[in-house]
Design a protein around this ligand. Structure first.
Ligand code: NAI
Ligand code: MG
Length: 499
């Protein structure tokens, strides 16, 4: 039976009625120099939502020139206090248009509307406000040099023109993570949203101009990775590139950055272990496990996709888990009842169903799910069933490679040493979860895991003040908190001879 779906907010209708959607360069919404456009699709139906102007090398070059001119010109005169006010204003405007943003995000990405409302939009607002606060608190220090009679101090300066390349899993929130910190530090920005989900970033661009940002400070250019993304990461006048996405793309970005040795920060996903000990709260662990894997259709860089369960309770735990997972309501994001929406694209659908086949061939057993969603109402969209694989060992491809879908691989472990060993047996190191009521064990495991974030008796907790980023091949650099200021500032030492 078809589920009832939201009627689109009048502002969403209005936003979509002016097509193709233009990109933001130098304070104006403009078409691509080539005149090219691309379609952005609704993943629940695979229908075209709207056409979008497609940035390529020439457009990126114009955006970088605009950012450079702003950085060397008017933006320099803008005080930290004014930067704070501008970021605050953006936050206020997003909040004022929260429902519009939530619907636009769900339409473009597919995620359940209640998640867009409860997570993506408010977290975006909070992020802008948090970094607004930092704008006035970035400062150098005076140094007690012994070299002679000098007054020596440091200046904490912006890096310059920053290229930011973001993925499609949290389109608005990732734009906020990237833009807010860079602007707080006084940089200028060229943001390239993912080609699958350009809409909320473009709407954000409108509010950025409404907030009163000088032209060229923030430019937003949707386009494809191999063209616009490559142009941005190899551009000789971009001083830094910040990237979130696949590790293979991360390597390309590093190579592209070599031309002018631009600074690079990378957040590259993972295969995070979520470790359940016998002595923990089983109900809490079950809920946490579901949240860790199926939130956002599993398209989360830190998803707890390797579920390690102590052997003694392995069977009981995975049976209870699968009973709960079977009840997850899969449906279009614009239906308020849906708990899980479609994957973002046909490409992701193929990738995830490909891994479902690989898992079965490797000898894993899908104790629930394991296929595309069977409901005929969902056949046009990119829906898959939430899946629990049992009979997995940590060497299998489904345990080592990032699937980026609602699929968890459940693996037994013997004891704490085995849990830590297997947990660390991965090329990634983004996050991890631990479920235990034994305080000593919790601290010991948190310390031993090679991961940028460890959640104990919780999972997927976020706050703008916490650093987030990877160990090992999950990337380098930390977004969030005071740590992101490191990404977007550089330090100058000044020596004044007092003799
Ligand atoms: P991707 O890494 O190709 O795309 C992310 C962003 O990078 C997009 O804006 C894309 O246009 C851009 N890009 C792609 N190729 C580029 C290049 N050569 N130079 C510069 N920019 C480039 O990720 P994709 O293909 O969308 O997804 C593939 C897999 O990557 C997913 O299945 C998932 O495993 C992983 N991924 C991880 C994310 C994370 O949060 N760490 C987010 C999205 C994807
Ligand atoms: Mg790609």
């Amino acid at each position: 039976m078809a589920t009832k779906q939201l009627e689109l907010h009048p502002q969403v209708v209005k936003f979509l009625s002016s097509a193709p959607k233009k990109m933001l360069i130098n304070g104006e919404f403009v078409s691509a120099k080539s005149g090219k456009t691309f379609d952005t699709l609704n993943p629940a139906t695979s229908e075209v939502i709207v056409k979008v102007c497609e940035a390529d090398k020439e457009d990126i070059d114009l955006a970088v020139k605009a950012a450079r001119a702003a950085f060397e010109g008017e933006w320099k005169k803008v005080t930290p206090y004014k930067r704070q006010q501008l970021l605050m204003k953006v936050a206020d405007l997003i909040e004022k248009n929260a429902e519009e943003f939530a619907q636009l995000e769900t339409l473009d990405n597919g995620k359940p509307i209640n998640e867009s409302r409860a997570v993506d939009v408010p977290a975006t607002v909070e992020h802008f406000r948090y970094y607004a606060g930092w704008a006035t608190k970035i400062h150098g220090e005076t140094l007690p040099v012994s070299a002679g009679n000098f007054f020596t101090y440091t200046l904490r300066e912006p890096i310059g023109v920053v290229g930011q390349i973001i993925p499609w899993n949290f389109p608005l929130l990732m734009a906020a993570w990237k833009i807010a910190a860079a602007i707080a530090c006084g940089n200028c920005v060229v943001l390239k949203p993912a080609e699958q989900t350009p809409l909320t970033a473009l709407r954000l661009g409108e509010l950025i101009m409404e907030a009163g940002f000088p032209k060229g400070v923030i430019n937003i250019c949707p386009g494809f990775g191999e063209t616009a993304g490559a142009a941005l990461s190899s551009h000789m006048d971009v001083d830094k590139v910040a990237f979130t996405g696949e590790y293979i793309t991360g390597r390309k970005i590093i190579q592209a950055s070599a031309g002018n040795l631009k600074r690079v920060s990378l957040e590259l996903g993972g295969k995070s272990p979520n470790i359940v000990f016998t002595d923990g709260d089983m109900e809490g662990a079950l809920r946490g496990c579901i949240g860790s894997v199926f939130f956002n259709q599993g398209q989360v860089c830190c998803a707890g996709t390797r579920l390690f369960v102590e052997s003694k309770i392995y069977d009981e735990f995975i049976n209870k888990l699968s009973d709960k997972v079977k009840k997850i309501k899969v449906g279009p994001g614009l239906s308020e009842e849906s708990q899980m929406g479609p994957l973002v694209s046909d490409e992701q659908l193929k990738r995830v169903t490909g891994y479902l086949d690989i898992g079965k061939k490797e000898g894993a057993k899908a104790i629930c799910g394991g296929d595309r969603a069977k409901d005929s109402d969902l056949s046009k969209g990119y829906f898959v069933e939430p899946t629990v694989f049992a009979n997995v060992n940590n060497k299998m491809r489904i345990a080592q490679e990032e699937i980026f879908g609602p699929v968890v691989s459940a693996i037994p472990f013997k004891d704490i040493n085995d849990a830590v060993f297997q947990g660390n047996e991965t090329t990634y190191g983004l996050a991890a979860g631990v479920w235990t009521n034994d305080l000593k064990k919790a601290h010991a495991v948190a310390k031993a895991l090679k991961a940028g974030t460890v959640w104990v008796n919780c999972y997927n907790c976020f706050d703008p003040c916490t650093p987030f980023g990877g160990y090992k091949q999950s990337g380098y650099g930390r977004e969030g908190g005071i740590h992101a200021l490191e990404l977007y500032t550089q330090t100058k030492s000044v020596w004044i001879n007092l003799d």
